[in-house]
Design a protein around this ligand. Structure first.
Ligand code: HEM
Length: 397
């Protein structure tokens, strides 16, 4: 059988590409041709994906990676030259990764995140007030899904909110698969410079925020601090924003599930996990490269071969989630891989959960008559981004 390519074309807004589902029905792992001709692997099965993410002999370094699809080819090449920026520990292996992760874990404890809850509630209410004052129809992404995580991460890091317009524009450029390499590099340069300036300001005038806390630890230099902050800022708002936008859209088209999330507080915690599983907004990757020959479920992955995981399909694997193509906020949805797994498992997952557990019910209760202001076909989907979701969600009430 010939090699496959990475499936990206979705036929329905909430389902993985049919091609990926068909592949999973055939096998958990497939030989795949990457955009630069590299011959690696595609993983569509749950247990194989977990095994790859947990295995210590897979690397996440950009200079060892190959581009899974055409659009990212140039950008990946440039990344290869640039290597991992200082402090950007998502793309580091051990032991370098652990040095940063250890410092950050202390700042992201469940307890500390819980303490943020009242502030997240306030922020959500301000956004909802603003939405009510504007009157429908409004774009839910602009009024609700994007400002909540942006405000929360800005506050956590100590980034002045007035600076948000530029960095939102720049993160959009960075995650858009169509962005030209030079534009992506320019956007990255601008955010990095901004972060570097902010770190220097915080050195002079520390405050009660995460960057100041990291400065106080005395373990990181300014370039590393800027890199860590950049990673948190980029990873921390685009992802959650898309979950809030796409999740609301999914609920609007599933009235019984929406009613449960709105009316039954005991459903919300699990309902958020189910939305994370069902929607799996990670459209491209994660990817890993074998540092030595590794066997996964009887397949020999040779040293240097790259493995691309298809998480939206993995999280629908019936061997782990029976009837996984159905959205059911009451099912036990824990164990999904939407936040990854292993050493790089999402550092911000508790924060993202808090934002969603507060955000969805607050929205649905404030606007019980919430509905789409356009036909479903008119909702622009983000198939062109590495994080899936909606570009805009016109709603009224
Ligand atoms: C629904 C929202 C989110 C989703 C779906 C998500 C998803 C992910 C995934 C899949 C990874 C692992 C990538 C890999 O293994 O290659 C990851 C890592 C990471 N995420 Fe998130 N994320 C979300 C929200 C956040 C938030 C709110 C923050 C920060 C406040 C954050 C910060 C990070 C960081 C720093 C890493 C790198 C961890 C490491 O390398 O040790 N994420 N995220």
């Amino acid at each position: 059988m010939s090699d496959v390519t990475f499936p990206t074309d979705r036929q329905r807004p909430f389902d993985p590409p049919d091609e990926a589902t068909e592949l999973r029905e055939r096998a958990d792992m497939h030989r795949m041709t990457f955009a630069d001709g590299h011959r690696g692997w595609l993983v569509t099965g749950y247990s194989a994906a977990r095994a790859v993410l947990a295995h210590p002999r897979f690397s996440n370094r950009p200079d060892l990676a190959h581009p899974p699809i055409q659009g990212s080819l140039l950008r990946m090449r440039m990344q290869k030259d640039a290597r991992t920026p200082p402090g950007f520990f998502l793309r580091m292996d051990e032991p370098e990764h652990a040095r940063f992760r250890r410092l950050l874990t202390g700042q992201f404890t469940v307890r500390r995140m819980k303490m943020l809850e009242p502030r997240v509630e306030e922020i959500a209410n301000v956004c909802l007030d603003d939405m009510a004052a504007a009157g429908g129809p409004v774009d839910l992404v602009e009024k609700f899904a994007l400002p909540i995580p942006s405000l929360v991460i800005c506050e956590l890091l100590g980034v002045p909110y007035e600076d948000r317009a530029q960095f939102q524009e720049d993160t959009k450029l960075l995650v858009n698969l169509e962005t030209k390499a030079e534009d992506a590099m320019a956007a990255l340069g601008r955010i990095t410079a901004f972060m570097y300036g902010l770190v220097q300001r915080k050195r002079k005038e520390p405050a009660d925020d995460l960057i100041s806390g990291l400065i106080e630890s005395g373990e990181l230099d300014d370039e590393e601090l800027a890199g860590v902050s950049l990673l948190l800022l980029v990873a921390g708002h685009e992802t959650t924003a898309n979950m809030l936008g796409l999740g609301t859209y999914a609920l609007l088209t599933n009235p019984a599930q929406l009613a449960a999330m709105r009316d039954d507080p005991s459903v919300v915690e699990n309902g958020v996990e189910e939305l994370l599983r069902y929607l799996t907004i990670i459209h491209l990757g994660p990817m890993r490269t074998a540092l030595e020959d590794v066997e996964i479920e009887g397949n020999l992955i040779k040293a240097g071969e790259c493995v691309a995981l298809h998480l939206p399909t993995v999280n629908r694997d019936p061997s782990r989630f029976p009837d996984g193509d159905r959205l059911d906020v009451a099912r036990p949805a824990g164990g999904h891989l939407t936040f990854g797994h292993g050493i790089h498992q999402c550092l911000g997952q508790q924060l993202a959960r808090i934002e969603m557990r507060i955000g969805y019910p607050a929205l649905l209760r404030r606007f019980p008559g919430l509905r789409l202001a356009v036909t479903p076909e008119e909702v622009p989907m983000r198939s062109d981004m590495s994080i899936y979701g909606v570009h805009r969600l016109p709603v009224t009430w």
